[in-house]
Each structure stands twice: as structure tokens, then as C-alpha cells.
Design a protein around this ligand. Sequence first.
Ligand SMILES: *Cc1c(COP(=O)(O)O)cnc(C)c1O
Length: 494
Amino acid sequence: MSTPNKAALGIALREDTIFERSASGRIGFELPQTSVPLKKPTSKGRQKAAELPEVSELQVVRHFTRLSSWNYAIDLGTFPLGSCTMKYNPRINEELAALPGFCDVHPELPVDFCQGSLKLIYLLERALASIVGLDACTVQPAAGAVGEFTGLSLIRAFHEKHGGHRKYVLIPDSAHGTNPASCILAGYEAIPLKVGKDGFMTVESVEEAISKYGRDIAALMTTNPNTLGVFEQNISQIAEVLHGIGAQLCMDGANMNAILGIAKPGDMGVDVMQYNLHKTFSTPHGGGGPGSGPVACRSHLAPFLPNPRVVERNGVYQVEHLPDSIGKVKGAFGNFGVMVRALAYIMNHGSSGLRRVSTNAVINANYLRARLQKHYRLGTNTPHFHECVLSDSKQIEDNGVKTIQIAKALMDYGYHPPTVYFPLTVPGAMLIEPTETESLQELDELADAFLDIAKKIESKEETFEKSPIKTFVGKVDEVGAARKPILSLDDRTL
Ligand SMILES: *Cc1c(COP(=O)(O)O)cnc(C)c1O
């Protein structure tokens, strides 16, 4: 098969589990004789040696290096996973985060010994609040979903202090899946809100919910731009309607990469929001590494922010505890390394640079949309922001080929598939977020791969039923993997 992505060909090394390399008695290290007498295990101790693989140091190095080469990463190629903002993270930020003064600092150090680190937290909170036009910020939450939970907890604490607990949070269909989950964790019941035909939230549906649930509504939680990559046009009016009954507008700001320097949630009437530093503000993610989901809010919610707070008094940075705080949502101050990268990224770009980030992210998504719409149906006709959503309806009609086949086929072209079957409002959705860091050349190669697949389906040359065929592991039995997971070597029937 010819492929537009030349990088898709090359050496590929198989690797089995490390236990299959094991040979009895082989070791990867030697320790000096100890003068301390060996103690017999007590009754609670292990009765026989742990079944660990017995391998040499080189075998360990090769095993994990080979496995790491199986991982698709932004450093290997375009990573079009929608809603995830898989963009390149400048190496300079890695270097700064690795400076010994930053990476060796202990959270329990007396404040006199870590003024620089405290100042960094303080400056980052100020910068983030100003980017979104809100009054205060905490960088403590460990990820986007923790930030959602934190924001909703601030709302809960606010209502409980002023007028009493409210029961419901309205969640539009176009919200990210973590939003309803965060509501439940924060002690709320999530009430689904139907979006209009064009994918936007409507003022009418919010008014309808208010007539039904009244002052039991604590907040509305919206993802903006939403999961269709579309900006919520009625957000300001919706904020007004909510504020009319003392309810709050909470925004999932994980998609901030689309609107940096272009629109401020504070200007739209948002009361509280979270960011995903590991998406928008430079931190490698996707491999399960640490993230950060800071929360910004208006001043009326600020007294409830998580403790401890970093404050500045006459040029000295101190740690304070708010009496009405919701408490802690993460150990110490949060994931500090992510904060170093984020502040470096923000200061390096400046406000005009951040605006360019978002402008280019939107241009790139719309360029792909323009190239792909000749052979794919779009998930929505409203203008997209930073991602474009396709549907498989044309391919199903042409030849019965579904999104899952297209996604798997893409792997044979050397790409990670886009987000599939999400958002739920688009049947057979493929959500593609190219981000601003892809060049025109890379965008064209990705578009060529998508178009090559579509053309092969149209000409009935391929249905991609067996895809992927060039990967280490071919088409997997996904149902079997979910129903009968192989969790230990004993389960294997190799
Ligand atoms: C990624 C994402 C989240 C969840 O963020 P995590 O850091 O993975 O917890 C929430 N909402 C939206 C819109 C997202 O894209």
C-alpha cells in the first residue's frame, strides 16, 4: 500500500512480556556482602520468593526501550485525537522544569527557602486568571476532571454559605463526558439539557429547566468551545438567565486552545472554570504523566478556594489558609513541574503570541475541514473552532464502511486515529484536532491519508475490514478483550 506518510515505514521490533526473557538465576545487579545478619521472615512475611523476571540489565533496557517505541507520540507524528489538544511542547520548557532549584524543591520547605517557587505559583495563578478575565485562581487540581470537581465544589460551598444547598447542575448534551461525573462527585444530580439543532445551547432550554427546577439549580456546566468544536453563541444570555436565580455558570475550559487572547470567559458571564495546563499550556500528555487543571473564579467564589494559598505581602511570598476553604484537592501545591512549563510557555508567548496560538489552531482545523469535506460528511455545519468533526454516514451509504474501520485504517498510514464516536450528538463521529503546531505539509499528509481511505471506499477497492495490518498487533477482538481480559500470565493461551 502506498502511503502519504513516509515515516510509516521502517524498523519495527517485536517485544513479548519481560517474563518470557527470564532465565533462572540471571540477575541484573550485584550488591556487596552485607554485615547485617539475615532475618528469618515472620509469619506475615513472604514464604517463598516473589516471582519476578530474572533478566540482565541490558535485557531490561531493551525491553522497555522497545515497548516505548510502540507508543505513538506527538514526537513521532501528527496526533489528531480530538478534544485532547495533542500539541508539540517546546523543549525549552522541559529544560526549565528540570532545573534543580525547581525539581528538587520540597513542598514542606520553610517559605524563606523557596521564595522563587512560591513566586512562580503566584505569578502563574495571576497570569491564568488574567487570560480568562476572572479574579482568582488555584493551580492545585491535578487534572481537568479534578478542576471540574473543584469548580463545582466552590459553587457548592458558596450556595451552602449563602442561602443553602441546591440539588441540580444542568449539563448540555454537547458537554465532555467528565462533566456529569464531576457533578455526581461534587454531590449534585446532573440534569441533561438538550442542545438546539445547530449544536448550540439555547436560552429557551435553560429557561424551561428553570421553570421546572427553579432555585434547586446550583449551576449550569458547559464545555466551551463545546465538543463539536463550536463556540456557544448564547452563552452570555444564558449566564444572565442563570444569575437571575442565583445559579452559577461553570465552564469546562479544557478547550481554551481555541480562544486564547480572542475571548475571555469572564466577559461571557462565566463564574468559574478550569483549564488543562497539560493540553493548552505545554506539558507532554497522553502517557499518563502528571497533569494540572487550575481553576479560576470570580471574587465571590474565591473565599472557598483550596488551601494552602500562596500570597504576596510586600514582595515576600507566604502561605495562608482560608477559613472557608473547601480543603485540599491534591497533595501540597499540586503538580509543580507542569506549572513551571506553563508559566514558561505563557511568558515566552506573551499575549499576542497566545492569540496567535489559538488563531493558528483554528485555521489548521478549518483547513482540514475544507480539504476533507469533499469526501466526508461534516458532523455540523456551523463554523468549527479548533477541531473538525466528521461523520461516517457517506461511507456507510457508499459501502457499509464505519468509523471504526476508517480509524483503524488510519493506523496503517502511520497515524494515531482521531477521537471516534464522540461527541455523542454526531452519529459515527470522527473528531480531529490538529492543533497549531502542525505545519501545512503535515496537515496535507494527514488529509491525504483520510482522502485516500475515502477514495478507496468510494471505488469499492477496500472496506478496511481487516485493518490495521501493519501494526504489531493487528485487529483485536475488542469485545473479547473487555469481556475476558487477560490479567495474568496464567490466563494466556499462547
Ligand atoms: C480532556 C478533557 C477533560 C478531562 O481532562 P483530564 O485532564 O483528562 O482530567 C475534560 N473536559 C474536556 C472538554 C476535555 O477535553
